[in-house]
Design a protein around this ligand. Structure first.
Ligand SMILES: NC(=O)c1ccc[n+]([C@@H]2O[C@H](COP(=O)([O-])OP(=O)(O)OC[C@H]3O[C@@H](n4cnc5c(N)ncnc54)[C@H](OP(=O)(O)O)[C@@H]3O)[C@@H](O)[C@H]2O)c1
Length: 328
């Protein structure tokens, strides 16, 4: 069967993204073929589409760590053709052709049945970014974080993970400080529930002090680097931070004091390799007690042809919110 896909190929050490016609017979030999109806753009996809060998080892390749669609055929025993399903992470979009194509072929162990009360289109408004925000929130709630403990923060807040983290904190009754490099988005961030918006440049500095004013009872960090290093030192007693990103830097030069004098907990999140039952728990939450009514309003819908431009934007840190790919 012929289908269209974005194909990243390597030419003279540079990487090109083109829309090509492919054949499903060239998809990997896994048990389940899915007709993709929606995908979404994540930072990791942009790394794959720009030749980051830590994400994708060999090219040509079709990125896309997210896909929502309908089972076309399966030789497995968990699903039947016609089932509406969601696939995020594991190896999809990394070294297995991903959701930036109209078809994917994956093992049934990577697939989740779409929850009731939730559409395929809604699921890709969240995508891996939303799932990651949900996984961060799950860790913080298991830790015991409550709105009455004090203010929380979200960094990288205008990005995919950040924006859903902000909406989720607001939904659960927390007072959120939004940390951003885009101060022109202050009004927008306040409309989503931020009580305060601060410039990330005030934190993107060598460690200001090992024990700073205890402002936050917790937070979700999507940037890492110096910003996270300073936020760690600005937490109150028994605070908890969930961290998942590295757009602001790979190293973490901070202080041990917040851990041993304030009892801080720092949780790391890896959404791709989370177990299927935990992923299911988060999707079920998004379709029920964590339902975010406004998520669909803050999404940009694009076609496959528009994807290369959006990939470039996310790599430059210029994306605001989520981008959903809609197939015909
Ligand atoms: N661990 C996991 O499982 C997991 C899952 C999903 C994503 N991630 C990671 O989480 C991070 C965010 O992903 P995303 O999909 O939300 O990406 P995104 O949409 O590109 O958002 C990243 C945001 O970070 C801020 N930012 C950009 N460049 C920065 C810099 N140099 N220093 C500080 N902040 C900067 C920007 O927000 P402001 O302008 O508002 O500051 C940007 O919108 C990425 O590193 C991604 O790889 C990890």
């Amino acid at each position: 069967m012929k289908y269209k896909a974005l194909v990243t190929s390597e030419e003279n050490k540079s990487f090109l993204n083109t829309i090509e016609e492919r054949d499903t017979s060239n998809l990997p030999n896994y048990d389940t073929l899915i007709k993709v109806k929606y995908s979404s753009l994540n930072y990791k996809d942009a790394l794959s589409a720009s030749g980051n060998k830590g994400v994708t080892r060999s090219y040509p390749h079709t990125p896309g760590i997210d896909a929502a669609g309908i089972i076309e055929e399966t030789t497995g025993d968990k699903f039947k053709s016609g089932d509406e399903v969601i696939v995020t992470g594991y190896d999809m979009g990394m070294n297995t052709f991903g959701g930036f194509g109209e078809y994917i072929k994956v093992p049934q162990e990577w697939i989740i049945k779409k929850p009731n009360n939730f559409t395929l289109s809604e699921s890709m408004a969240f995508g891996t970014a939303g799932l990651t925000a949900g996984l961060c929130m799950r860790k913080l709630l298991i830790h015991g974080l409550k709105p009455e403990d004090g203010d929380v923060f979200v960094s990288g807040v205008t990005g995919g993970v950040g924006i859903i983290s902000l909406m989720l904190f607001k939904k659960l009754g927390f007072n959120v400080t939004a940390i951003t490099g885009k101060l022109d988005q202050e009004e927008f961030l306040k409309s989503l529930g931020a009580i305060k918006v601060i410039d990330r440049n005030t934190l993107d500095l060598d460690l200001i002090s090992p024990l700073q004013k205890p402002i936050y009872s917790g937070g979700i960090d999507a940037v890492g680097g110096k910003i996270l290093a300073n936020l760690i030192c600005s937490t109150s007693q028994r605070a908890a931070i969930a961290c998942c990103g590295m757009v602001g830097g790979l190293s973490l030069d901070t202080s041990i004091f917040p851990f041993i004098l304030r009892g801080l907990s720092l949780f790391g999140i890896d959404s791709a390799e989370s177990t299927l039952d935990v992923k299911e728990e988060i999707w079920n939450n998004f379709s029920s007690n964590w339902k975010l009514e406004n998520v669909d309003k803050n999404i940009k819908d694009i076609s496959l042809n528009e994807l290369p431009i959006e990939i470039d934007k996310i790599l430059k840190g210029n994306q605001i919110g989520r981008v959903r790919i809609v197939y015909g």
